[in-house]
Design a protein around this ligand. Structure first.
Ligand SMILES: C[S@@+](CC[C@H](N)C(=O)[O-])C[C@H]1O[C@@H](n2cnc3c(N)ncnc32)[C@H](O)[C@@H]1O
Length: 275
């Protein structure tokens, strides 16, 4: 593949999604796009990219961009965010307000994060049946959203984070194929959404999970997304980041011990609550 084609594609991915493919990671382009080139009957990744970059197949270009995302995820990743969320939900249930408690899983990958959230909600609801919650789950990758919506997981996937008790309670099946209960699925609204695009229309949230995605972006993009996330948070809301992610040096809109235990909003940029 010519250096020029590669650089143009890397620049396009950065522009569209914020994802930075470092110079020493460009081999990923070849590795991840080779199957598309083969299926599409191209002589290789280079000729395919040259064709799609010239605007010949926008659908295939979208797939190529999407293929550059890293979708690694697991149920109840890092535990702490889910414990803090359970505490928030119990507090909310004890002081019921008119509004529903709203949760956004903003880079939900193949669904393990929003389904973990839905399990926590269900467990708190056992003691507080009146608890009204809305979960919005979004990701840039439409392929991930479709898999998440289907709610079907392999033995390997459920083994990564789902306890036996939760497996019995929230999944059906066996033989290496586990399907999430319809009840849990019904609690989640799915969207394909690029965090680089406006998201104010989603309204205000009491908990935002924006985990293990910001570190793929360059600092200016992280700053911009954090700034906009702060405007989507309820006054006593929490922002959950990944274990190796921080707002330090990027935003003064949040405070708290760490992103994993949930950051609070510091300033008051007048959020707009959704209808
Ligand atoms: C490593 S996964 C993290 C999944 C989950 N939040 C977790 O912590 O386990 C990162 C996800 O971010 C998504 N992503 C990457 N760039 C994005 C963007 N610009 N807007 C929305 N999602 C994006 C990818 O598609 C991928 O599913």
């Amino acid at each position: 593949m010519s250096d020029r084609t590669l650089q143009d594609f890397v620049a396009l991915v950065r522009r569209r999604t914020g994802i930075v493919i470092a110079d020493d990671k460009t081999y990923l382009v070849e590795a991840r796009l080779a199957p598309f080139a083969q299926t599409g009957g191209f002589a290789g990744v280079g000729p395919m990219l040259a064709a799609v970059m010239s605007g010949r197949d926008p659908g295939l270009l979208d797939l190529c961009v999407e293929a550059m995302t890293t979708n690694e995820t697991l149920f109840f990743r890092d535990t702490t965010p889910f414990t803090t969320l359970a505490e928030q939900l119990v507090r909310h249930a004890a002081h019921p307000r008119r509004e529903r408690f709203r949760i956004w899983s903003a880079a939900c990958s193949t669904g393990q994060e929003p389904y973990s959230i839905a399990m926590v909600v269900d467990e708190v609801r056992e003691r507080h049946p009146e608890l009204a919650v809305e979960i919005v789950a979004s990701d840039l990758s439409n392929r991930c959203i479709l898999k998440a919506q289907a709610g079907v997981f392999s033995q390997f996937e459920v083994q990564r984070g789902v306890s036996m008790k939760r497996l019995v309670r929230y999944f059906e099946g066996g033989g290496g194929r586990w399907t999430i209960n319809e009840g849990l699925k019904a609690d989640i609204v799915w969207k394909t959404l690029n965090l680089a695009d406006p998201f104010a229309f989603l309204g205000t949230f009491d908990a935002i999970f924006c985990r293990n995605v910001l570190f793929y972006f360059e600092p200016d993009r992280r700053r911009d997304i954090l700034e906009r996330l702060s405007r989507q948070m309820a006054a006593d809301g929490r922002l959950f980041l990944g274990a190796s992610e921080t707002v330090l040096g990027l935003s003064d809109r949040f405070e708290g011990p760490s992103g994993v235990s949930g950051l609070r909003r510091t300033a008051d940029p007048a959020p707009v609550r959704s209808a």
